[in-house]
Design a protein around this ligand. Sequence first.
Ligand SMILES: C[S@@+](CC[C@H](N)C(=O)[O-])C[C@H]1O[C@@H](n2cnc3c(N)ncnc32)[C@H](O)[C@@H]1O
Length: 281
Amino acid sequence: MSKNIHSYGFYRLNIEIRFFIKTLLKIHSKTVRDTDHINEIYEKIRKEKLRNLDSFSTPNDYLSDLPSTSPDGQIRYSLLNNKLVSGKTNQVALMILEIIEDIMIKSSCEYVIELGSGGGKNLLWFASKYKNIKFIGLELNKTSVDLANAAAKKFNVQNVEFYQCDLTNTESYKKFLTKNTFVYSHHTLEEMPRIYKIPLNQIKESNVQVIALMEPIFMFSFSRLVLDIAKRLRILNKDRLIGLKKFSKRKLSQYFNIELLDLGLGVKAENPTTLLLLKRK
Ligand SMILES: C[S@@+](CC[C@H](N)C(=O)[O-])C[C@H]1O[C@@H](n2cnc3c(N)ncnc32)[C@H](O)[C@@H]1O
């Protein structure tokens, strides 16, 4: 069945309300997004991609790995310029990456760090295009780091390094946070709802000048009314990111000029991406 943004909003709201009630009635346990939970989720996903690594032949097709249906066979709806679309997951993902690319180029950096680099698809895509920049991925899950290193080797991308580290262990990576380094995240802080302030405080203390956080920060728009209500409930149900907007205004705004941009883009329409851009004053 084809959907518009409002009917999809009601569909998602129904799912979230039922989930919420089941949690209240203790029919299933409350999701708590801690590092063990995160490791468990990504261990499975990245092991599968490692098994299938031979099916990718370039960083481009390694990047465009998002299926147009979800694991239960349902069509995956994305948000493109605030319109509901299907079958365009990879196109939307690429558009988001191109926004990061644009900021990266304008920052004239020599190094780039991705916080939570996953299987390395974003960094490998960048590194294969920008040979004169050195790229560094910091990632919690060891299998993801192994996958990223194996993919770098397979595609012969040499200007990228991946390190296993928990972003809350700032000692392990603060040496990388230099003046000529551009730092970004893409849907990583959302996996760290209570601990994301730790890496951000470390970056604040460093000399890094430009930081782009591509995260599903809640932004409300009347044009997406029901979908945005569902989105808010989803954050609660799934223990997702809360408070980054307030934290950046209260704690980072003395150090950085802050831009917050509702991009109207989301690989998953119910979890769209917002840009929080920090430029040192
Ligand atoms: C949604 S995935 C995004 C991966 C990658 N940024 C991308 O766009 O493909 C979030 C990633 O953040 C990583 N992550 C979550 N918590 C972390 C932590 N405390 N330290 C380092 N990485 C973490 C997860 O293991 C996962 O690979």
